[in-house]
Design a protein around this ligand. Sequence first.
Ligand code: NI
Length: 180
Amino acid sequence: MALLRIRKYPDPVLKIPAQPVTQIDGSVASLIESMVQTMFAAPGIGLAAPQVGDSRRIIVIDADHDNPGRRVLKLINPEIVEIEGKVTWEEACLSVVDYSAEVQRASRIVVRALTLEEREVEIEAQQFLAVVFQHELDHLDGKLFIDRISRLKRELYRRKLQKLIREGKVPSYDSFAAET
Ligand code: NI
């Protein structure tokens, strides 16, 4: 089992919409296990496959603060089937270096997904867990939480990030220059 390299904004792979998994085979199982280990090592509470450079619709979540590692959600082709309410939460991301911001999300959702055993599950999530789900699902659509903040805040962050890149703390990507 290998720890995977977590891709950081503005790595272009983070913008690519992920494709549905059509066959749950050994490569999916091994990707999920590596994602779980990578999430623990980071440490983080959620990780989506595009964050490790794999454009398949897979997420792992470990959002139980009191019992870390006890109930890790490993979900394939997750989709939101119910959505309601509003909540604002301070979000951060393993792929967005040195930044957090308040984002408005739905306060309650129901997610339908497949497990590694090819079982269909429905999970109801509220408040914090609902936020985590929506954040990870966004990754599968090529979106980051900084796409959901104001243009001004995003621009301030991009300037800060350019400084970090100049200082060699974050790798540089061609796409960054193109967008600026
Ligand atoms: Ni994230």
